[in-house]
Design a binder for this molecule. Sequence first.
Ligand SMILES: Nc1ncnc2c1ncn2[C@@H]1O[C@H](COP(=O)(O)OP(=O)(O)OP(=O)(O)O)[C@@H](O)[C@H]1O
Ligand SMILES: [Mg+2]
Length: 463
Amino acid sequence: MKAARILVVDDDRAVRTALSVNLRKAEYDVALAASIAEALDLLRESAFDVLLTDVNMPGGSGMELLGEVRTHWPETRVVIMTGFGSVQDAVHAMKAGAADYIIKPIERDELLVLLDRALKTRAMQRELAQLRQEVTEKYGFATMIGISPPMREVYEQVQAVADSNALVLINGETGTGKELIAHALHYRSRRAQAPMIAVNCAALPENLLESELFGHERGSFTGATRQHQGKFEQADGGSLFLDEIGEIPPNVQVRLLRVLEGGSFTRVGGENAVKVDVRVIAATNRDLRKEVAAGNFRADLYYRLHVFNIKLPPLRERRDDIPLLVEHFCRKFAERHGRPVPIIAPAAMRSLQAYSWPGNIRELEHFMERTVLLAGGGEIATVRLPEAEARERPPGTQVSLRDIGPGGLPSALDSIERQLIVEALQDAGGVQAQAARALGISRSNLNYRIGRLNIRLQDITFG
Ligand SMILES: Nc1ncnc2c1ncn2[C@@H]1O[C@H](COP(=O)(O)OP(=O)(O)OP(=O)(O)O)[C@@H](O)[C@H]1O
Ligand SMILES: [Mg+2]
């Protein structure tokens, strides 16, 4: 293997010499620069794996160099060397995207461990970039991340069926990407220019769901002051996405089966048959076969829906995809929140891969958004996963599986977080600094959480 290339930047000649001797002994390929300008010249000439730079130098600070490198040579990892008295510099550097820092006087072993870590992270990032390119080139699924065998199978199924009028049933636990696949099916079909209408069958009570889907005639029930076009009519020529189809009540199941069989229906309170050309895509996180056995779902509708079934694997069954997803969400949220893209150290990545992710990709996505916001850039060495957080919950806060609603674990955790924050604010009479202390977090962290959870301070009554 080629030796890793390290550029050492320090105005102190003695430091440069000592470092170059030690690093060469450890078989690194070392270049030396005495100033920012010299360093930039070397960087323009050839690529370096790691830049090891001092902070305070005449003619420019190592922080400026860090900024330049992050912009022009993002692949190069930057390690800051700083004096014991200026740990604050290190904090700033990490926020600005340094991979690591080391305090002078430099211990040889510490430096070697640190470089090894920086290089491993870099190798992992390269591998991810290659994988990402592979997925996009091979499948052209720009928004779908994952290249594991079960995901490849899903892509192949989507490709096979997208451009047809076949009814597709998508199965998968919460947060596995059912909605995303439904969109992919629509946008890869000949109906892509026509609308894709979505109905969440779990969100409406029986009578409303019926008129939502099929429309109603004026005067068909109290409050029906005019004719209303249902989703089937709105989706004419396009696709209708029936989300949470396992939740539809029996009499709507009957009507649905009739449309699926004959393509026509009548509006609620109407007599004339309405004919539409709609491709139906359905999704559920339930095992419909079990629902049929339990008498909750009509067997005839079940068979009708089961013509083409795409099963999305839970995240824990495709852990190989976790690094790609993590990297994708790091970029996405760094961009959205105007933060530098954090870099996940291999150890942190291992914990992310080991966690079970009961809320699947949605949970990972929320987790990464929090991580990006809390990290403030730089490298993420460790992560605090929800299981650990749950253990640290103060005694007395009782939660049970019943608290898991349609939003899955992430939204259940959000609601616990919200409760605790509101309680702390109430106890503190609205004084945020005090509430933050009670919660064991910084004031700015509290502020961020208040914003994230949309807690409206004016709505809290202070006792
Ligand atoms: N393969 C993937 N790559 C990137 N992001 C994904 C992937 N799958 C899902 N997501 C993201 O995860 C989140 C949850 O996905 P989606 O809403 O499609 O899940 P779902 O299966 O419909 O969940 P639920 O059953 O709770 O409705 C979305 O923000 C989606 O963009
Ligand atoms: Mg969904």
